[in-house]
Design a protein around this ligand. Structure first.
Ligand SMILES: Cc1cc2nc3c(=O)[nH]c(=O)nc-3n(C[C@H](O)[C@H](O)[C@H](O)COP(=O)(O)O)c2cc1C
Ligand SMILES: [Fe+2]
Ligand SMILES: [Fe+2]
Length: 392
């Protein structure tokens, strides 16, 4: 892809990765992604904001072929998907200075072995004049690492936000047109990358609220010409109350737990509670993460295997604990053959979840009438608790 003009003297550069299917060797990417870099040619100084994964450095360097001079490279975030090609850029433009937050400097020295004399560090609120254009740097920790900052181009009212407000989408459309599609992709991205840090992100949202922003240009996905769309979505995900929703990740080897899941889901629906169930042998964990953004209650379904929960459920519970969703309640259902420590092990795996644990329902073998009754009671209890808290 060639450079694309955003505004006079401001260009998109980067790499649209249609084939990416897994991010950080963890997160499924059904729609690929992009690594966005931005070139700003001020009347006195030229700046490149962020770069691309090092494997795509050749594409970025080709886009820079007609750029004779770069005075500054700005690294908003030290993670290699944005910083990976900085060494390539610096070797072509050896006089360029690398502008980062103080924390990012140390990280980039460790991650990419960039020499110390290359750096200029900037503090929160510091300005950089490019002549007729001015960049202001705003510290925004934890979007998505502790060192992250964003840059606001004052004259053009553009916020370069790096991972903040990003989405994983490969597209030839530079700007968001299909907001419904981007909503889902951005929610997946938020759920997997940002949700654990939502208290910090809430503060960052407040911080940028005072800026007059016409355009948000993140370093993944498309550019927002209607910033309120993505800002409001984040407000809802971060601050909105949990929904009247049970998220039910489960595994069943021989169908006993599955019978319990089916009965339980029907009972919840009868009691007016919505459910999203995820068979962990086939699910896209991104879909599970998206559902966890809204979950009022999490119920984990598992058979007992080798005296504990199924390993795939252990993975799901570990992930849910790490993502720290805002759910208020949790329970466990499942089947066992003779005994084990399934409930104790799972309960010990979720210290980060600030949940009330509701009495689990375990069946010995195929669920009995008493087990089905207990599942009905569990569904009624959840429905009552959701109503009491006004979950919609
Ligand atoms: C590989 C394997 C290991 C098992 N280990 C245990 C165990 O340690 N303790 C236990 O109570 N049941 C154990 N079971 C029995 C299952 O928990 C029991 O069959 C249960 O009903 C399976 O539920 P499901 O039909 O939902 O898969 C094991 C079953 C399998 C296949
Ligand atoms: Fe990142
Ligand atoms: Fe990123």
């Amino acid at each position: 892809m060639k450079p694309r003009k955003i505004k006079d003297k401001i260009y998109w550069m980067g790499y649209v990765d249609w084939d990416a299917r897994l991010f950080d060797s963890l997160i499924p990417l059904p729609d690929g992604t992009s690594y966005n870099a931005f070139l700003i040619e001020g009347s006195k100084k030229t700046v490149l904001i962020d770069t691309v994964e090092s494997q795509f450095a050749g594409d970025l360097m080709a886009q820079l072929d007609n750029v004779p001079k770069i005075d500054y490279v700005v690294s908003l975030h030290a993670e290699q998907d944005h910083s990976g090609s900085i060494p390539h850029v610096l070797s072509r433009y050896p006089d360029a200075k690398l502008i980062t937050s103080p924390k990012a400097k140390g990280m980039l020295m460790d991650l990419l072995r960039i020499p110390e004399e290359t750096f200029i560090t900037v503090s929160d609120g510091e300005n950089l004049s490019l002549g007729d254009k001015t960049l202001e740097f705003i510290n925004t920790p934890w979007v998505h690492w502790p060192e992250t900052m964003v840059a606001y181009l004052k004259e053009d009212k553009i916020l370069f936000s790096c991972d903040f407000f990003g989405s994983h989408i490969a597209s030839t459309e530079l700007y968001v047109n299909d907001e419904a599609r981007v909503y889902e992709a951005a929610k997946r991205y938020y759920a997997e990358i940002m949700m654990p840090f939502r208290n910090a992100i809430k503060k960052n949202m407040k911080k940028i609220a005072s800026y007059d922003i016409d355009i948000i240009a993140p370093s993944h996905g498309q550019i927002y010409s209607r910033p309120s769309f993505i800002i409001d979505a984040h407000k809802e995900w971060i601050e909105g109350p949990p929904k009247n929703l049970v998220v039910l990740p489960y595994i069943s080897m021989h169908n006993s737990t599955k019978k319990m899941v089916d009965y339980f889901v029907a009972s919840l629906v009868e009691n007016g509670v919505n459910v999203e169930q995820f068979n962990l042998t086939v699910t896209d964990i991104g879909k599970l993460a998206i559902a966890l953004v809204d979950a009022g209650t999490i119920v984990i379904g598992t058979p007992t295997i080798l005296a504990g929960p199924h390993p795939d459920v252990v993975y799901g519970a570990y992930l849910a604990n790490a993502l720290r969703p805002k759910a208020n309640f949790l329970s466990i259902i499942g089947s066992y053959g003779w005994g084990g420590k399934t409930v104790e092990i799972l309960a010990g795996m979720i210290p980060n979840l600030k949940v009330e644990v509701i009495e689990p329902v375990l069946a010995k073998g195929l669920p009995s009438e008493a087990n089905f009754k207990a599942l009905e009671n569990l569904a009624e209890t959840i429905a009552t608790k959701h109503k009491e808290l006004g979950f919609k």
